[in-house]
Design a protein around this ligand. Structure first.
Ligand SMILES: C[S@@+](CC[C@H](N)C(=O)[O-])C[C@H]1O[C@@H](n2cnc3c(N)ncnc32)[C@H](O)[C@@H]1O
Length: 244
């Protein structure tokens, strides 16, 4: 399964970033995501050593390198990391390392924060939990994890338009696990993770605002972060802290 993913992203590397974040919706969701990551990390004590699991073409790396003192960007597919290097240029506090999320190549209790985006949905439920335990292992006690899941409610409500949108962008189909966030947070609590919150990112409903100025759509994206509209967010970032 890991090899399959790596082969898929090896082929996808050249076009992944543009396809995912180059569209109108992709860029709005990316900016909303980055604002949230900045807020999550802003309160952390320095120095801050951060691991980004399955960093891909470096979607999070720019923000993390500004928020942290040392960033380890880790991915199974060298071609994806090569694109990240090209896109972001050299950054003195960022190190790219090839590694498998199921066996993160670091000792226990290494990182102050671990992030991962748009990765866990590639795994089925039991594999997601293996990766979460591996993230927990490398996190220092008191460290923060911020990982996102595809939200099952968003998918259920918007399945047909999402299918059409993906077809128009000629995205290759990937099997995605849609998660029930209450189930995930319950599992985390039972596994020595204190829950610090959940935040919604993006929603395909935002497409309805595309004729308005960008700042209006970004403000609208804020509505999907919490409260009742969070249920309609595309992704949910789950923020947890490893028990001391
Ligand atoms: C959809 S991309 C997400 C990339 C980036 N995090 C983002 O938000 O755009 C999924 C990434 O997961 C990586 N990947 C797949 N299986 C992996 C594994 N077992 N360990 C580490 N990375 C993996 C792929 O190489 C790919 O770069």
């Amino acid at each position: 399964m890991q090899k399959e993913h790596s082969r898929f992203y090896q082929k996808e590397a050249d076009r992944y970033h543009e396809l995912r974040y180059g569209s109108w919706y992709g860029s709005i969701a990316a900016e909303a995501h980055h604002d949230i990551l900045r807020e999550i990390l802003a309160g952390r004590e320095r120095p801050l050593i951060i691991l980004d699991v399955a960093c891909g073409t470096g979607h999070n790396i720019g923000v993390l390198s500004e928020a942290g003192d040392l960033v380890v960007a880790c991915d199974l597919t060298p071609e994806m990391m090569e694109m990240a290097r090209k896109r972001l240029g050299p950054r003195r506090n960022v190190h790219y390392i090839r590694g498998d999320a199921f066996q993160i190549p670091f000792p226990d209790n290494t990182f102050d924060a671990v992030t991962s985006s748009r990765f866990l949905h590639l795994l089925d439920d039991s594999r997601q939990k293996k990766v979460l335990l591996e993230i927990l292992r490398v996190l220092k006690p008191g460290g923060t994890m911020a990982v996102d899941f595809f939200n099952i409610h968003h998918w259920r409500i918007l399945a047909l338009p999402i299918f059409v949108y993906r077809a128009l962008l000629k995205k290759r189909p990937t099997g995605s696990t849609m998660s029930n966030i209450n189930e995930i947070t319950g599992w985390m609590r039972r596994n020595k993770i204190n829950m610090a919150g959940t935040i919604g990112v993006g929603s395909y409903f935002l497409v309805l605002s595309w004729i308005f100025p960008r700042r209006f759509s970004l403000a609208l994206a804020g509505l999907f972060r919490k409260g009742p509209l969070k249920m309609l967010a595309e992704q949910i970032i789950v923020i947890g802290e490893k028990q001391v």
